[in-house]
Design a protein around this ligand. Structure first.
Ligand code: SF4
Ligand code: SF4
Length: 89
């Protein structure tokens, strides 16, 4: 049986920025680009950056934050009542 993931999720807009990268600390290893299942990271001239609309697509899994060895990524969950909500049927 195929699970319709989109119907299990609801997005509440207005998250504001909740992930950022410090370009001074980024070593361009590309781990964040590999681990993000939503493909929200790009490497530009050896520095990681998020796609512009990441706030609307991010699953808030924090995988990017977890794999970044030099601690270049700052992650916090979106402010209360915004972001992604997983619903169970
Ligand atoms: S995992 Fe961290 S150091 Fe590696 S490319 Fe991404 S932000 Fe840069
Ligand atoms: S929290 Fe997860 S979905 Fe969001 S940018 Fe990081 S790896 Fe991608």
């Amino acid at each position: 049986m195929k699970i319709d993931v989109k119907n299990l999720m609801k997005r509440i807009p207005g998250t504001g920025d909740f992930i950022s990268v410090d370009p001074e600390k980024c070593i361009g290893c590309g781990r964040c680009t590999v681990v993000c299942v939503m493909n929200l990271w790009l490497l530009r001239e050896g520095v990681a950056q998020l796609v512009e609309d990441y706030q609307e697509k991010c699953l808030e899994c924090a995988a990017c934050y977890s794999v970044c060895e030099p601690d270049a990524i700052q992650f916090r969950y979106p402010k209360g009542g915004t972001g992604i909500i997983y619903e169970q049927g």
